[in-house]
Ligand binder design. Structure first.
Ligand code: NAD
Length: 317
């Protein structure tokens, strides 16, 4: 951190960006928030709107529409700029359009002298995070994406409902691409410290593995379902980003399923994908290597191959 002033620069003040900003303000997560958007008037309007809520927030946050030069002393630059997913469009189809957007953003941020942490939410988030890493030349540990943080929250919510337990006591992860090839390693899913697969075996009358598969399908399809109903998803991801930001500022060493670069974990190297990571002040402190079954490792490898292929198609490096 540059000093005690917790500074976030947000690039992209659309629905996702502003849901993040609103959550930052309400949870009092930073001291200074700079808003940047291609549409400068929009960024200014959003800054005004948030400032008018300051009196009710219990926060002294300094909020203003700024320039890329404001990134110089920022701790976190969060990128939510891009084009939103259309109904029926896969996240990977968004790639080409959003890669061009990132070129116009990362270069001026680099020129500002920014030396903090990138947090990427733009879809397809795993590939966009890798693009941000390549374009910035940053240490990969300081470039993280929202990955499967939101999917994991959705999973825990549904598992909590199924088992009748507080979602915070359901320990389970969605891993891999934030998208169609994501999967739930059920061998690693626990209710408190008891494996859910054991619970299914012990209570076949009440709990069944097929239901768990239905839950993971529901998680995978959640974004499309919300997009069909209300055109975009934003509150959940805004809160997921806020959670990650809090883990960084608090140097929490919290386990969050962010998109991080793998260096041999799960037999993969170079790819950015959603994995449980220990997140703190310097970004990704460590990628956790879970003891996946052979079948789960195969699923992980297939998901990684999809992401690798998408990145290669861009011919960035
Ligand atoms: P939006 O259209 O409401 O906002 C996008 C903003 O980006 C707009 O304000 C636009 O002016 C700005 N922008 C576009 N090009 C820019 C540029 N070159 N420089 C600066 N700003 C630029 O879209 P949204 O609903 O907020 O979604 C934003 C992104 O977040 C999309 O890629 C979407 O798919 C993604 N998303 C990710 C998750 C996740 O889990 N990671 C969840 C939901 C949405």
């Amino acid at each position: 951190m540059v000093n005690d002033n917790r500074k976030v620069v947000l690039v992209g003040t659309g629905m996702v960006g502003m849901s993040y900003a609103y959550a930052l303000l309400n949870q009092n997560v930073c001291d200074e928030l700079v808003l940047i958007d291609l549409d400068k008037e929009r960024a200014q309007g959003e800054a005004m709107d948030l400032n008018h809520g300051l009196a009710f927030s219990g926060s002294n946050m300094k909020i203003y529409a700024g320039e890329y030069s404001d990134c110089a002393d920022a701790d976190i630059v969060a990128i939510c700029a891009g084009v939103a997913q259309k109904p029926g469009e896969s996240r990977l189809e968004l790639l080409g359009r959003n890669a061009a957007v990132f070129r116009s953003i990362i270069n001026p941020i680099g020129e500002s002298g920014f030396n903090g942490i990138f947090l990427v939410a733009t879809n397809p988030v795993d590939v966009m995070t890798r693009i941000a890493c390549v374009l910035s030349g940053f240490n990969p540990r300081r470039v993280l994406g929202t990955g499967t943080a939101l999917d994991t929250a959705r999973l825990r919510y549904l598992l909590g409902e199924y088992f009748g337990v507080d979602p915070r006591n359901m320990h389970a992860y969605v891993m891999g691409e934030h998208g169609d090839s994501e999967f739930v390693p059920w061998s690693q899913a626990m209710l408190a410290t008891k494996p859910v697969l054991t619970i299914c075996k012990e209570h076949p009358d009440r709990f069944h593995k097929d239901d768990l598969e239905t839950i993971s399908e529901e998680v995978r399809g959640a974004a499309q379902k919300i997009i069909k109903a209300k055109k975009a998803t934003y509150y959940g991801i805004g809160m997921a980003m806020t959670r990650i930001t809090r883990a960084v500022f608090g140097d929490e060493s919290s386990v969050l399923t962010v998109s991080a670069m793998l260096r041999g974990e799960y037999g993969q190297t170079g790819v950015f994908t959603g994995v449980p990571c220990i997140v703190g002040r310097n970004g990704v402190q460590r990628v956790l290597s879970l003891s996946l079954t052979d079948e789960e490792r195969t699923q992980f490898a297939a998901s990684s191959a999809t992401l690798e292929e998408s990145f290669r198609e861009l011919n960035l490096s």
